[in-house]
Design a binder for this molecule. Structure first.
Ligand SMILES: Cc1cc2nc3c(=O)[nH]c(=O)nc-3n(C[C@H](O)[C@H](O)[C@H](O)COP(=O)(O)O)c2cc1C
Length: 378
């Protein structure tokens, strides 16, 4: 038993208990994605609307992150209608390295042009989205809709690989539904086409974000490829989850999305634990406040006070989930108006100190809005 789960009122609480160190410490070493070296095997999964430059830099400052990926970006928008929004999605800086920019679309020429464009801008890795179940992405044949026409999709991926020198990776789901786990087939074909790694979210398109991640499916993808690394993904919230996924499936790295929003220290904690064998200390209240402060100020610095406040409103609830500031402060944070207001709130929370129930890791799915069902709007 690696975790204990108990209920406090209506809230499910997950407590990590003693987690045995894996036999092999090689998991703590770097991982090569083509010519790019990821310093650790714990990656930040793309979360549209969240994983912008400010969050990536804040997470990187905590250490342990192997590779981050941007929110998905339309290849067509990048090469045909380039605008400020697209520029913001691919905004980066030298400290934001290594970085994969994720593109989506179903037109091989546009996807190849987008990859060339990103290569010229110095991007380390281009990731092709083949997993997104959202209508806006799928209705034009991108995201998980790419699974529907295997021959065209394999040609598309090959065209993108041949267009650039930088590594191309693909992020996909297990298959359309349980009747057909096509991911092992695609992974093998993509490897032949020259893809440098695949990330596999262990759910089908039909599952959307519900149900359980199927580790057997991730393992089938690992078994299907000969040499490229497979990055497992889905529902990793703790050291125990990450270790279990790596040991059960044989995947060489793990991509963490929602779990990183709950605990941005998870990368440093995993990396430190594998390197030293010492159980990491959980982040303190003061550290969590400081992280929120840094994230907010990066949002403001990269754009503007107005943008920083609006973006912060979206993430305020998941900070409140762990900081538990009480209803009044929470209401103010989700309607944040200015830097001055933010600073006043942080100062008051700092003076007040941690609440009595601080430190419990709560069930995360309720915090991050996910589309309900495969055809829902984002
Ligand atoms: C709000 C949200 C936005 C997402 N955006 C993207 C995206 O832009 N590209 C992508 O490949 N996957 C996206 N995903 C899927 C995640 O990368 C990941 O595969 C999924 O959340 C399972 O991993 P997790 O349990 O660690 O979050 C998104 C998921 C969520 C919840």
């Amino acid at each position: 038993m690696l975790c204990s789960v108990f209920r406090v009122g209506r809230i499910l609480v997950l407590m990590e208990t003693a987690v045995p160190l894996p036999e092999t410490r090689s998991l703590s070493g770097p991982l090569r994605i083509g010519a790019v070296e990821a310093p650790s095997r714990f990656f930040l999964a793309p979360l549209a609307g969240y994983t912008m430059l400010s969050l990536r830099l804040a997470v990187r400052s905590l250490g342990g992150l192997g590779l981050a990926t941007t929110d998905l970006v339309s290849a067509r928008a990048m090469v045909r209608h380039f605008n400020r929004k697209t520029l913001e999605l691919i905004q980066s800086c030298p400290e934001d390295h290594p970085l994969a920019v994720q593109i989506y679309g179903n037109d091989a020429a546009e996807m190849a042009d987008a990859a060339r464009f990103l290569q010229e801008r110095g991007v380390a890795v281009v990731d092709i989205n083949m997993g997104c179940p959202v209508r806006k992405v799928c209705q034009n044949g991108g995201g998980s809709a790419l699974m529907c026409d295997p021959a065209a999709t394999i040609r598309l991926v090959q065209t993108v690989v041949e267009a650039v020198r930088i590594p191309i990776t693909v992020k996909m789901r297990l298959g359309w539904d349980d009747s057909d786990w096509s991911a092992p087939y695609f992974a093998r074909e993509f490897e032949q086409a020259g893809v440098a790694a695949v990330t596999i979210h262990g759910r089908t398109r039909e599952q959307g974000f519900g149900g359980k991640v199927k580790l057997d499916g991730i393992r089938a993808v690992v078994e299907a490829v000969e040499r490229i690394p497979v990055i497992g993904n889905g529902d990793v919230r703790s050291r125990a989850d990450a270790l279990h996924m790596m040991e059960y499936t044989g995947c060489q790295a793990v991509a963490i999305g929602r779990g990183a929003l709950l605990n941005p220290w998870i990368f440093a904690q995993l990396q430190g634990w594998l390197a030293t064998g010492e159980a990491p200390a959980p982040a303190t209240y003061e550290q969590r406040l400081a992280f929120m402060d840094r994230h907010f100020h990066l949002l403001v610095q990269h754009r503007s006070e107005r943008f920083g406040c609006l973006s912060f409103r979206k993430v305020a609830n998941w900070y409140c989930r762990t900081l538990k500031p009480g209803r009044d402060f929470q209401q103010r944070l989700v309607r944040l108006e200015s830097v001055a207001e933010f600073e006043e709130i942080v100062e008051r929370l700092r003076d007040r100190g941690p609440p009595a129930d601080f430190g419990r890791l709560e069930e995360m799915n309720a915090v991050i809005a996910t589309p309900q069902g495969p055809n829902a709007h984002w």
